[in-house]
Design a protein around this ligand. Structure first.
Ligand SMILES: *Cc1c(COP(=O)(O)O)cnc(C)c1O
Length: 400
């Protein structure tokens, strides 16, 4: 029987390879950052990194590394417990309170990852007779989280406010008791920003609560980095925010839900990935806490990030590339078919630029792209190097 499974698996793998969709992993032999060293068959090679979620450049920030070292000495390495048994240190509560204060919520609850936060949040809050109304391009973890709850599911085409209103009406017609509208803050494949003020208008008109997964925004987007609610002016109208400590806020790991006190209190009692999974390691929590402090005071970093993004956008656009317009540090370079994106990624790899090509099924067919992500840790000269490499690679492939 086991050999039956193995041969079935081998068939699936062969199919993935035949479709040209098999993913391999390059090996970084240095800390994460704007410049990394990659282990290749010909030895270690330096790269300019344009694909980390390290928007403020905090993944290897000296103050964060120092805070993690200090926590390692003071609090030790691991917790070996879930939170409610013996896995809560003063550090964990400090981090939760700092997240809540930064996002203007009563409280926050930590998870091992935002994937877990999104997997945790729906089931305790919504049951049979309730409704969850979800944007069609929401993150996989939201889709999975919704699957785990018993509420009726409604889906609207991404960003389509008419469809959202239709779904809210349907939910009402179906007699839904509680209604939750859920959206990514930034849709990471395109860098599009959710239309939060309009979503909140509709939600309020139909008596729904709004939840935003702001993983790609918290810490850098908006005047003080408080994410899409701040940028769009929706602010406190968003009832529930989920986010990650694995992107802007240190790039370490961990996720959270921030919301009103009763919601957080109930999640502590009922959220399964919280009740049945280990606490964040102390150095990780301490690094994230320091990252929050840096991000909260990081107007200079945000200004540099915006300047870098504008410089890369302008340079690639002048070179003749087709970019998805936007106002985030996510700048997708549209290349059409998967082969073009793969060839471009390979050509950039040869030129020492670390990027990733995205193609079906991650993005629709014919919409293959290279997604670049800018960091505040890059300098203007790095951006110019990247533009020159893209231009050279694009010309050599006849793409521009
Ligand atoms: C990255 C991401 C997640 C997952 O966050 P982790 O903390 O890495 O699990 C969830 N939602 C969105 C929108 C993300 O971009």
């Amino acid at each position: 029987m086991s050999s039956g499974i193995v041969s079935a698996v081998e068939e699936v793998l062969a199919g993935i390879r035949a479709d040209g969709l098999y993913k391999t992993e390059r090996r970084i032999a240095s800390p994460q950052g704007p410049r990394v060293t990659v282990a290749t068959s010909g030895g270690e090679r330096p790269y300019l990194n344009l694909c980390a979620n390290d928007y403020l450049g905090l993944a290897n920030h000296p103050e964060i590394v120092a805070a993690a070292h200090e926590a390692l000495d003071r609090y030790g390495f691991g917790m070996a417990s879930v939170r409610f048994i013996c896995g809560t240190q003063t550090l964990h509560r400090e981090l939760e309170q700092a997240i809540a204060a930064y996002l203007g919520k009563d409280d926050a609850i930590l998870f091992a990852a935002c994937f877990d936060a999104n997997g945790a949040v729906f089931e305790p809050l919504l049951g049979e007779g309730d409704a969850v109304i979800s944007d069609s391009l929401n993150h996989a973890s939201i889709i999975d989280g919704i699957r785990l709850c018993k509420a009726a599911r409604y889906r609207y085409a991404s960003g389509d406010m008419n469809e959202l209103e239709d779904r809210l009406r349907e939910a009402n017609r179906d007699g839904a008791r509680l209604k939750l509208v859920v959206t990514d803050g930034i849709f990471s494949m395109d860098g599009h920003i959710a239309r939060l003020p309009e979503i909140c208008d509709l939600a309020e008109r139909y008596g729904a609560v709004v939840m935003v997964d702001d993983c790609h925004a918290t810490g850098h987007l908006g005047a003080t980095g408080r994410g899409t609610p701040e940028l769009t002016g929706a602010g406190g109208r968003v009832g529930i925010v989920t986010g990650t400590l694995g992107k802007t806020l240190s790039g370490g790991m961990g996720g959270f839900v921030a919301a009103s006190q009763p919601i957080i209190d109930l999640l502590r009692q009922r959220a399964r990935p919280y009740l049945f999974s280990n606490s964040l390691a102390p150095p990780v929590a301490a690094g994230a806490l320091k990252a929050l402090e840096i991000a909260a005071a990081g107007n200079d970093l945000r200004a540099r990030l915006r300047a870098n993004a504008a410089r890369l956008r302008a340079g690639l656009s002048t070179a003749g590339f087709d970019l998805v317009p936007g106002e985030t540090p996510i700048i997708p370079v549209m290349l059409g078919e998967a082969q073009a994106a793969q060839a471009m990624a390979a050509a950039l790899d040869e030129r020492g630029v670390f990027v990733a090509g995205f193609f079906f099924p991650v993005v629709p067919r014919g919409k293959a792209r290279i997604r670049t992500q800018v960091s505040a840790a890059l300098g203007p000269a790095d951006i110019d190097t990247a533009i020159a490499a893209f231009t050279d690679a694009g010309r050599s492939l006849g793409l521009i």
